[in-house]
Ligand binder design. Sequence first.
Ligand code: ATP
Length: 333
Amino acid sequence: MESAKALVIDEISMISGTLLDKLDYIAKKMRCNNAPWGGIQLIVSGDFFQLPPVHKRRYEKWNWDYDKEFAFEANCWNDSFDMQVELTEVYRQGEPQFIELLQAIRRGFQDTHLLEILNQCCKTLKEPSVEIPRLYPLNKDVRRVNAENLARLGAKIETYKAFDDGVYPWINELKRGMAPNELNLCLGARVMLIKNMDFKEGMVNGEIGKVIKFVKREGDSCELPEVLFDSGIVRVICRETFLVMAGDRALATRKQIPLILAWAVSVHKCQGMTIDRLETDLSKAFGYGMVYVALSRVKSLDGLHLVGLDSCKIEAHPKVSEFYQHYLLNRKF
Ligand SMILES: Nc1ncnc2c1ncn2[C@@H]1O[C@H](COP(=O)(O)OP(=O)(O)OP(=O)(O)O)[C@@H](O)[C@H]1O
């Protein structure tokens, strides 16, 4: 951080105002510079109508600054930027009707006419296809569907247990993280990469593929999965190290194959993705922005297979609506 020129944060809706203020404070201290962000240029992108920050610990509710839920509520927000712009052109979807529908849902409008269109156009798949990802609001449904699909393949299961090192509370950070305690794989399993491994080659967090082989590598006690990613890349996936760091000191480590099963994924995990076809059951949707994030991942109405949409779950956070109204009224650019 001492030598950084710029800090880029994507998906800013998931960063709380409290965290943003802490980061600003750390940057100032580390660089001994009281300018905003210690003089580092800050660039953020995202959409506050999408998923808000996740509060992991119950006690955060009782923190004195819990009310700084959104990044735009941070004390440092206004001083952090010379310029704020709203991007209005939609590229992910092409159909004007679908774009209009999604924009209404994004802003929390429960427009009856638009919802009728959604109901007419969306249907479940008669035969669930393994190639079509399924999105669920709750992790327990994601785990259930993935376990069912794994069992359905009927192939020999290879189990990878995580190798952990470190003590409480740091090790718990890793146990709550993406790398599973125990990963079950078999030939044909749909998997998702959960670590950025090689940006140039496109081996990044979120890549989806299929296990095509198990191979023995020297020095490894068990066979490792070889994955054919949908991008065409084929790779043997070795254990990677997941870390909790304090400066350059590792407080806890977890060694695990950086894959999860991916027939089903959570709505939280899919924020940021673009998917050609998806099936989603939104009957258990909770919180602001979840319905919009799930529906807006898909490129066309034709590719959307939907069940369980209750229009009362289409909600925008009042603070977010107010933020955008205020921005439009005071826009200088
Ligand atoms: N200028 C462009 N021309 C053509 N396609 C584009 C352009 N910009 C983005 N896209 C396509 O639109 C889709 C969404 O882009 P991207 O994920 O960058 O948007 P985003 O604003 O981060 O969306 P979200 O926040 O909803 O995830 C991608 O499939 C991307 O390839």
